[in-house]
Design a protein around this ligand. Structure first.
Ligand code: NAI
Length: 464
């Protein structure tokens, strides 16, 4: 079977970039990206490609080349379903905030709504592709919905989790370490799997396309994220030990990482991992293990989250302790709000929790981030529910430039590793701040010796 029309439900951080890449590499395939969020779709269609809703290096150029050729963004979900041979489901799967599994399980209501809509609308056979990250055995639930409410058409279900990292989405999609495609073990399932292999084969070499059964594919995505996050928590756990033993966590990381069995990546100690995926996926893994009665397995993975929460809190506490045990009424500037550089995504960003902690200590927090809007910053804080929107707006200020942000600050804390932070005139920053000028580097980004020479009191993670 040859795919000529693809629909993707969900025009977010995954749906947008992945479909843009498919459109760019498969000019013979028409790709419709649909979403119920009109504002988001309008932004994707903004005549100025710099206004697309997601910031990723290289993405706007790719959208410029393909949009209106074979890539379309629309809210007409039904029409796109009708026209498609293959439908990717790329909607959000956040942690449940209510009912059974609250705070741990993945909320699958958006997935289920998609399945019901597809079943209701489709009048011809379709291949359904799980692109969202889903708990293992979700395909079973999808099959049950599709087969029991449909118009008698046949659906094949594939699992094709996405491994892109925000900030490097375009290059990850262009050169993926692997593409994973899980299929049902039936003749039709295998044919559907081959159809998706053929799509990726337009630019990904065969040996990088892994085919498995659906359950392995679903579980691999959750566990890949758990392994990555585990490395961060492992090095962060060591960072605290380094601080009390005068070992240097960077030196330890280098020494560990040069062992080829371990490898050097993901051993950077920091204020803690953020992002929409790691925490939610590990919590989901913990929940799944619990539901199968595997308490030791659940406890093992939960520790990764406990360590990460500890690291964020520890950093914020360090600021308070260093500023003579009180930050009440003191201006503290946070450089960076995004959860990592080169993205405007702030979900679960460490900065949110550090700011919240400092606000509880009555600090006057000021934030500057090159790509995150002030509305997003307030919305992130409000989401925690610690205080009212009004209070958050009164207590936390957002500045549109770094120099204004650091003016008269008692302390500056680097919370995102944006490249531009390294380039700043730190002597000028020092002069603008109150003395003693405290600098907390939560990303180990700056040249600390140089900062000390300028006059800063420098505090970083993982060094005594
Ligand atoms: P997102 O929140 O940016 O985008 C999801 C979009 O789906 C939203 O725009 C929402 O309006 C739309 N949507 C929800 N229900 C809909 C419906 N019934 N019909 C049409 N549109 C609907 O989420 P994101 O970050 O793209 O994540 C999507 C999935 O991909 C999640 O399962 C996530 O775990 C997974 N993932 C995310 C990665 C990331 O880096 N953000 C990386 C790999 C996987």
């Amino acid at each position: 079977m040859k795919v000529s029309n693809i629909c993707c439900i969900g025009a977010g951080y995954v749906g947008g970039p992945t479909m843009t890449m498919i459109a760019a590499k498969c000019p013979h395939i028409k790709v419709n990206v649909v979403d119920i969020n009109q504002k988001r779709i309008d932004s994707w269609n903004d005549p100025d490609v710099n206004n697309i809703p997601i910031y990723e290096p290289g993405l706007s150029d790719l959208v410029k080349k393909t949009r209106g050729e074979n890539l379309f963004f629309t809210t007409d979900v039904n029409q796109a379903i009708l026209d498609a041979d293959m439908i990717f489901i790329s909607v959000n799967t956040p942690t449940k905030t209510y009912g059974v599994g609250k705070g741990m399980a993945a909320d699958l209501k958006y997935i289920e709504l998609c399945a019901r809509q597809i079943a209701e609308v489709a009048t011809s056979d379709k291949i359904i592709v799980e692109k969202s990250t889903l708990p293992v055995r979700t395909a079973e639930a999808l099959r049950s919905i599709l087969d029991n409410t449909g118009n008698g058409v046949h659906f094949d279900i594939l699992s094709n989790p996405e491994f892109l990292a925000e900030g490097t989405a375009v290059s990850d999609l262009l050169n993926p370490d692997r593409v994973l495609i899980g299929a049902e073990n039936t003749e039709k399932g295998k044919k559907a799997q081959q159809a998706l292999v053929d799509v990726y084969s337009n630019w990904v070499s065969q040996e990088r396309i892994l085919t498995t059964n659906v359950w392995s594919s679903e579980l691999s995505k959750l566990t890949a994220n758990a392994f990555l996050a585990q490395r961060v928590s492992s090095i962060n756990a060591l960072s605290e030990l380094c601080e009390v033993t005068e070992a240097d966590v960077n030196e330890v990381a280098r020494a560990i990482g040069t062992d080829s069995r371990i490898g050097a990546k993901f051993l950077q100690s920091s204020v803690g991992f953020g992002g929409s995926c790691f925490q939610k996926d590990i919590l989901n893994l913990v929940y799944i293990a619990q539901t199968y009665g595997l308490q030791e397995v659940a406890d093992y993975w939960e520790q990764v989250i406990i360590m990460n929460d500890h690291q964020k809190r520890r950093f914020a506490k360090k600021i308070v302790k260093t500023l003579f045990n009180t930050v009440s009424g003191k201006k503290i500037t946070l450089l960076g709000w995004a959860f990592k550089k080169d993205t405007n995504d702030t979900r679960e960003s460490a900065a949110i929790y550090v700011a919240d902690y400092l606000l509880n200590e009555q600090a006057e927090v000021t934030v500057y981030d090159p790509k995150v809007t002030s509305e997003q910053i307030y919305s992130d804080l409000n989401y925690l529910g610690t205080r009212s929107d009004e209070e958050n707006r009164r207590l936390l200020k957002v500045e549109s430039g770094p120099m204004k942000a650091v003016e008269n600050a008692h302390a500056t804390a680097v919370l995102t590793e944006w490249d531009e932070f390294v380039q700043y005139d730190w002597k000028d920053i020092y002069e603008r701040m109150l003395k003693p000028a405290f600098l907390f580097d939560g990303r180990m980004l700056l040249d600390h010796e140089k900062m000390k020479q300028i006059g800063f009191d420098v505090y970083t993670i993982g060094k005594g």
